[in-house]
Design a protein around this ligand. Sequence first.
Ligand SMILES: Cc1ncc(COP(=O)(O)O)c(C=O)c1O
Length: 398
Amino acid sequence: MQPTTSPPVSESPAQLVGRGVGEIDTPALVIDLDAMKRNIARMAEFANKHDIRWRPHAKMHKSAELARMLLEAGAHGVCVQKAAEAEAMAAGGVRDIYISNEVVALRKLARVAQLAHRLDADKGRLAIAVDSVEGIRRLAQAMQDTRAQHKSEATIDVFVEIDVGQGRCGVEPGPAALVLAREIKEHPALRFAGLQAYHGRAQHVRSAKERREIISVAVQDVIHTRQLIEAEGMPVELVTGAGTGTMVCEAASGVYGELQAGSFLFMDADYAANERDPAQPQFEHALFVKTQVMSVHADHAVCDAGHKSHAIDSGLPKVLTVGTESELEYLNGGDEHGILKPARGGTRVPALGRALWLIPGHCDPTVNLHDHMIGVIGGLRDGIVEKIIRVDARGAGT
Ligand SMILES: Cc1ncc(COP(=O)(O)O)c(C=O)c1O
């Protein structure tokens, strides 16, 4: 029997390149590349002005291509949160990586040590955070094993994490951090690189004044801890920390030498709800979920993007309003649906088939739901698809 040729079930994303935005099927994760590049330029300018290094967090975009773009714009390296994210970045050509998180499982530490060795051999660098003596000893053992295996002298940079008020990882500022710095110095494969002082909870405190107050306390904790450690003859070369919400405070502190902010690249709806600090660069939304109206009713419409398309931990997405369009509110419709209602007493529901753009509440877990992001230039109305950006570290959770 003659084989029949059936039409392709779905197009490969690469086929979209060069085509109009209107041809992007929904739901899809789309980057407005023009807006993203403006965000990068503003961040680079801010860091230059404050003479501070920036090491944007790749936990957010999870893409080696975007990490390379940030490095070309002047970023000092990347932060990641997981060993597997570090491996994905290294596989994509990034050679200066900081795991800004604790790793204690022996199985994972063996991978961390192998990666430290590979990057060292490639004139790159791996760094990691610690908050326990046991964690330091395990890391040191893994590094020793790898050194013996490769007959090398590779080292890894180690940052002592202090808890400046987040109540997550990190030891108390002060003597507890000194104990860890001393322990690091005991191990030839470990290099004491400084302190990590990141205050996650402060990032989404809405009031700019309150964020400043919180970080000023963190700065005092850092100064005190640094003095204690340096009094024992151990230089604290670098203090690293900060997210998009507080970076202006750490940058102005004179104490932090490196900013880890990551979300400035895409600016999600939750960050946009913060009162903007006057010193903060004007970052724009650059990440959207394109969706389409699939069902229309007297008082609401339904679109095809639910929480399999965007994370809802930091609130539901906002619907982008363009020009004189009437505002729409997005309500939870479940896994595959979103309910759209006219906002603020409006009456018009969107027409069947209409395309809409959602601004995700939280960019990090939204990106992790997608295999790729569609990069568009020329705007969301008339633009074209320039490139497909892979989410290399999607699901890289170990
Ligand atoms: C340790 C650490 N540094 C930096 C960041 C980046 O913050 P943001 O993406 O909010 O700018 C995070 C985010 O959770 C983090 O956990």
